[in-house]
Design a protein around this ligand. Structure first.
Ligand SMILES: [Zn+2]
Length: 513
């Protein structure tokens, strides 16, 4: 028997989380795994020796701001070098299709903090037209979600009010269009404009549509507007009222969430969440303004900041939100202070932290991104991260941000950090459980039936790594550092990482639910 690729002698962790690792060969034909077993008598032009290495399914990142970087540029391979073979599109409900050009440009301006300054066409008339852009151009697979920000913007503009019945129907049509194009999930960013203006009625209404297609609901929940606890409860309410599985983006297990998580075990709520396992977030400073000053088009929002009353009301609010000023500048329009802390940048300009932040939003036209350390102490952080790393409802997702000069270290390190720090060093999670949380679990949850597991007949998305050396190298102040210990990554049967180096192949496909 002649195979396109044979992987010989690896220790297979199948991604399902249940079976123990076992040693076998894997035969690949085209984009599929066709045989698993003893393939000594088989031949292939491409034989990969995997003795002493782990062979597992490609990782599925359900929250990653990579759509633009996948198309090219410096960070194109940052995720695949960690073993990520499938990226979910539209995290936080961000997306720019299908929108008239002027609205797409406004939303691009608003979301640029997470996508950098590449030239993007912004003229897609349908989900399919947008998704067609990725054909033959990406190193890993892209799997669409319904981008709620774009859906609401198309129907209601930036209006900060609940939708009317007619508007809900119009949003339903667009949501269906995405679902018909293979979107697996209704995705929201409820701290971001314009999604933040959706009320529970709208969320339940659209969730019922998604549920009717077998899709799920995922959200950056409404931390800013109603507080974390109420935001968890709102998500649970949506699960109940719309009868839909729900997923919470970038969360953690601390006293507050542990209480809810314990309770829902007895209530039969179908809820999962994801974590990147670093004690800092990344977002734009504009999100730290009082919510009533975040609404409207980006230009209207900025014009409103010129108003002295708005400034006077915002400064104390910013002071409280920004604490010690230990946030790190990741990106801004003019390129200043990259990699410096907020407090150091403010000192250079002889300003208080809050004055600097307010002026910075204005000067940079709200195109600015910061790494935002948690307010908890380092000791508390370690406890939180450790208990998050092992939680049965948790899967790993990076929330990586690319195409910016100083990204969050999670962008380059999230998956390998889990394998190096939490599995090997701290021994909190077994290797098979960890692999499950990065492959089989997210694949199953987000309705990817042909991936996430090593099994005959399934897609040949495969990672081969050294469990003794796999590690992240990206740090808070030097984040653009590729992973180590990941020797091979195959996407649809084609090696993209070969002996630890990327080879510029682009075998990624657009996947459809
Ligand atoms: Zn988010």
């Amino acid at each position: 028997m002649e195979y396109d690729v044979i992987i010989v002698g690896g220790n297979i962790i199948d991604g399902g989380g249940k079976n123990d690792p076992y040693i076998a060969d894997i035969g690949i034909m085209g984009d599929s795994i066709t045989s698993i077993g003893d393939l000594k008598s088989a031949t292939s032009k491409n034989t990969i020796a995997a003795d002493g290495l782990v062979v597992c399914p490609g990782f599925v990142d359900v929250h990653i701001h990579s759509e633009i970087s996948l198309l090219g540029g410096r960070d194109q391979y940052a995720a695949v070098r960690q073993g990520v073979t499938t990226h979910l599109a539209a995290p936080d409900g961000f997306g720019w299709a299908p929108l008239p050009k002027n609205l797409a440009e406004e939303l691009w301006h608003y979301t640029q903090f997470a996508y950098g300054d590449d030239e993007v066409p912004l003229n897609w008339n349908s989900p399919d037209e947008y998704l067609a852009m990725f054909t033959d151009r990406i190193p890993a697979n892209l799997y669409p979600q319904v981008p709620h920000c774009a859906v609401r913007l198309a129907v209601m503009g930036w209006e900060p009010r609940p939708a009317t019945t007619d508007e809900l129907k119009a949003m339903e049509r667009l949501t269906r269009e995405w679902l018909e194009s293979g979107a697996c999930c209704l995705c929201l960013g409820l701290d971001y404009q314009p999604s933040a203006n959706a009320d529970l009625n709208e969320l339940v209404y659209l969730s019922k549509i998604a549920a009717s297609y077998g899709a799920i609901y995922a959200a950056h929940i409404r931390y800013q507007l109603i507080g974390r606890k109420a935001a968890w409860e709102e998500t649970i309410e949506i699960a109940k009222q719309a009868n839909i599985p729900v997923h919470i983006s970038h969360e953690r297990v601390d006293d507050e969430s542990a209480e809810v998580l314990e309770r829902i075990d007895s209530e039969d709520i179908d809820l999962t969440f994801e974590s990147y396992l670093y004690p800092a977030g990344m977002t734009h400073l504009a999100m730290m303004l009082p919510m009533e000053y975040q609404t409207g088009t980006p230009d209207a929002m900025l014009a409103n900041l010129d108003n002295q009353t708005v400034r006077d009301k915002s400064l104390p609010y910013l002071r409280e939100k920004l604490g010690k000023g230990n946030q790190i500048v990741g990106y801004n329009r003019s390129g200043r202070y990259i990699g410096k802390t907020l407090i150091d940048s403010a000192e250079i300009e002889n300003k208080s932290i809050e004055e600097f932040a307010y002026d910075f939003i204005q000067d940079e036209l709200a195109i600015e991104t910061f790494v935002m350390p948690w307010a908890t102490t380092p000791e508390e952080n370690e406890i939180i991260l450790n208990q998050t790393a092992t939680h049965p409802r948790m899967m790993i997702a990076s929330d990586g941000v690319y195409n910016i000069p100083h990204p969050h270290p999670r962008s380059y390190g999230c998956f390998v950090q889990y394998l190096g720090k939490f599995v090997r060093e701290r021994q909190l999670v077994s290797l098979k459980e960890a692999v499950y949380k990065m492959s089989g679990f997210p694949a199953e949850r987000f309705r990817l039936s042909d991936r996430g597991i090593i099994s005959e007949g399934l897609a040949a998305d495969i990672v081969i790594f050294n469990s003794e050396t796999v590690s992240d190298r990206s740090t808070w102040f030097d984040p653009v550092q590729p992973a180590i210990g990941v020797d091979w990554v195959l996407v649809n049967g084609v090696p993209v990482v070969e002996n630890g180096d990327v080879n510029n192949q682009l075998p990624g496909k657009v996947l459809r639910h």
